[in-house]
Design a protein around this ligand. Structure first.
Ligand code: SF4
Length: 351
């Protein structure tokens, strides 16, 4: 008679974590208590962003705003500038609003329910803060953990359709203690061993107790959803120069790239007609359409921008809702990545 397959042993994962845990700037060392501010800040930054991309931003934020009260007291514009380049700018606005909400109540809430009520804090982030900073008995399920759990239990549906099942199965693994370490151990396992491609099952603490490994094709999990093409939008941006300065404006506070600096641009639309682009130019000028286009991919659409460039003789005219920024000070505007591409395309040297 064949014996039943072994079950994943959560204590084996904790033992693996004690030997292999990643040293991350926001992570408490073994035996230390995690700082909820560092946990929260890093978790918001890490949404849709890699560890390596986050590290310098995390260090810069912590050096400048060492606690939540300092961040709450900062002008929003400064926070947005410091965030520039990290993408998904709604996170920065929510981060600031959240810091203010926490400072107003005096301390970080400990309960998941209260954490969830904070701006920009979703179920995953609330669970991560509760588990890592306060040792609450929950398992936070991020993309890495989803992959590990989908493989351990060979879940046959794409992750986005199986969220509840993935959370339940992750929670079923919880060993009843060391909640913060357990969540971080699952994250580390997904990031370093149970990687999207080429998982190293022989080095895994769940080796021999994993359904995907037994299937002989661990990479087939999580099951991929059918591919959908991102819709495309078009638009134009206007780079106007005069006497060593470029014309810049601030986008409206809400919506795509809300509150960020930009070269004046048209709305980005699927039905945008490039022939009518000049009607959106911020001023009358000898506009020249530059060859090629700037391409950028947002979460929900990909964008192709036509770039117009013109130079006006001094003195620089005043232009409604816009400001002139010396080219040498363009870096300090904190242009988002899309606008840095526009600057580079127009030959202004930023990338
Ligand atoms: S045994 Fe392989 S597929 Fe299963 S959790 Fe470990 S690394 Fe991932």
């Amino acid at each position: 008679m064949r014996s039943a397959p072994a079950k994943p042993d959560p204590l084996a994962l904790l033992r693996w974590y004690d030997r292999r845990r990643r040293a991350l700037p926001w992570r408490a060392r073994a035996g230390e208590t995690a700082d909820p501010y560092a946990v929260w800040l890093s978790e918001i930054m890490l949404q849709q962003t890699t560890v390596e991309a986050v590290k310098p931003y995390f260090a810069a934020f912590l050096a400048r705003w060492p606690d939540v009260a300092a961040l709450a007291a900062a002008p929003q514009e400064e926070v947005m500038k410091a965030w520039a380049g990290l993408g998904y700018y709604a996170r920065a606005r929510n981060l600031h609003a959240c810091a203010r909400a926490i400072a107003a109540r005096g301390a970080f809430p400990r309960e998941q329910r209260e954490l969830l009520a904070l701006p920009g804090v979703g179920p995953y982030t609330a669970a991560a803060i509760a588990a890592i900073a306060y040792d609450a008995p929950v398992v936070a399920v991020d993309g890495n953990v989803e992959r590990v759990v989908a493989r351990l239990f060979a879940i046959e549906r794409p992750a986005r359709e199986a969220k509840a099942e993935l959370r339940e199965q992750a929670q079923s693994l919880f060993p009843g203690r060391r909640a913060g370490d357990f969540t971080q151990a699952l994250m580390d396992l997904g990031a370093t061993v149970c990687t999207p491609r080429g998982p190293r099952c022989g080095d895994c603490p769940f080796h021999g107790a994993c359904a995907a490994e037994r299937s002989g094709d661990a990479e087939a999990f999580p099951v991929k959803p059918p591919k959908t093409q991102k819709p495309e939008r078009r638009g134009a941006a206007f780079v106007l120069l005069s006497d060593g300065a470029a014309l810049i404006r601030t986008r409206p506070p809400r919506g795509l790239l809300g509150g960020m600096a930009e070269f004046p641009s048209t709305p980005f639309r699927a039905d945008f007609d490039p022939r009518k682009a000049r009607a959106h130019a911020p001023a009358a000028a000898p506009w020249r359409e530059l060859p090629g286009m700037v391409e950028h991919v947002f979460t929900h659409f990909s964008l192709r921008l036509t770039i117009f460039r013109a130079t006006l003789p001094p003195p620089r005219p005043g232009i409604e809702n816009c400001r002139w920024t010396e080219l040498g000070r363009l870096e300090a505007e904190g242009l988002p990545t899309l606008m840095r591409k526009v600057a580079a395309h127009a030959g202004l040297g930023l990338e």
